[in-house]
Ligand binder design. Structure first.
Ligand code: NAD
Ligand code: MG
Length: 291
């Protein structure tokens, strides 16, 4: 079924399940990352950006938007996601910008340091860091939540952005910008996302504290807090299987958001036009008004 509003698919969505981390190319319906719709207007001309999780979902939409706004872009992703990543790198280059992919696991501090150094070398600078990679696995009871999962969720969602932001400061100059992807889960946690919701609350506190540290250096730090968005994360165990067909249905707009619908928030926050905005969290949740 189609909704008049932008012709996006309405629930129910088809049942589907992929192993983590999943591929956007195997989702049904395929998410809209703005491939055919996003039009830039030079808002990030000359910028150099690193986007983690840039292969799919929200990160892919941000990569496409940034390139069409005139930024050169490095995306990071896991080796299993090369197929999705190749599509994004081609789209960045189609926009006339430099586009590179660097695969690797962000749970490893040494890799995070290497990623910053390599991104800086490929781009000849680094102005924008998008801390967007994330892990989300639904587990109904704390009794079934393993230490391994708890640790992996924190390493991916919390430690990685600490390491990346720290090493990025070695190469960033005044005017640079860091944006993290938090979640409405930081403010309205679901019972079955006990580990994930905590990490997203960490992301909000990290953003606000780091903004205070880095303001005197002329570096801004902001967060985007998505509500329900149609991405691989959700069909790889982020939601219980039985909830998937109605994902986002209880939002006032009655459906899940598509990644293309949130990329403009990252463009705006990264742009020099927002030079006095730092320490903020910008929510996009289909009208629930979580924050
Ligand atoms: P996604 O699956 O498309 O993106 C997540 C990406 O994280 C993956 O593509 C993968 O490349 C990366 N990743 C995961 N573990 C990694 C690791 N160990 N090392 C390197 N990369 C790793 O899904 P998405 O929904 O676009 O997720 C992007 C961000 O949005 C995440 O931080 C997520 O928590 C957040 N978010 C999503 C929703 C939603 O409804 N989709 C809602 C709120 C917040
Ligand atoms: Mg992916």
């Amino acid at each position: 079924m189609q909704h008049d509003q932008l012709h996006y698919s309405m629930p129910p969505y088809p049942q589907q399940r992929q192993p983590e981390p999943g591929l956007a190319g195997k989702m049904s319906p395929r998410p809209d990352h703005g491939e055919t719709s996003y039009q830039g207007s030079g808002r990030l001309a000359g910028s150099k950006a690193l986007i983690t999780g840039g292969d799919s979902g929200i990160g892919r939409a941000v990569a496409i938007a940034f390139a069409r706004e005139g930024a050169d872009v490095v995306i990071n992703y896991l080796p299993d996601e090369q197929q999705d990543a190749d599509e994004v790198i081609a789209l960045i280059r189609d926009a006339g910008q430099k586009g590179y992919g660097i695969a690797g696991d962000l749970r490893d501090e040494a890799f995070c340091q290497l990623l910053i150094e390599e991104a800086h070398r490929c781009l000849g600078g680094l102005d924008i860091l998008i801390n967007n990679a994330g892990k989300q696995q639904f587990v109904e009871s704390i009794l079934d939540l393993s230490t391994e999962q708890f640790d992996a969720t924190f390493k991916t969602n919390v430690y990685a952005m600490f390491w990346l932001s720290k090493y990025a400061l070695n190469v960033m100059e005044p005017g640079a910008s860091i944006i993290t992807t938090a979640s409405v889960q930081a403010y309205a946690p679901s019972a079955g996302l006990l580990d994930y919701a905590q990490t997203k609350a960490c992301n909000v506190a990290f953003t606000k504290a780091l903004a205070k540290q880095l303001g005197p250096k002329g570096i801004r730090v902001n967060a985007v807090a998505p509500g329900p968005y149609w991405t691989p994360l959700q069909v790889c165990g982020g939601q219980p299987q039985e909830s998937l067909p109605h994902f986002g249905a209880d939002s006032p707009l009655g459906r899940a958001g598509q990644p293309a619908e949130i990329a403009p928030l990252y463009v705006t926050l990264a742009s020099k036009a927002c030079s006095y905005t730092s320490g903020q969290v910008w929510c996009s949740d289909g009208g629930t008004g979580t924050l």
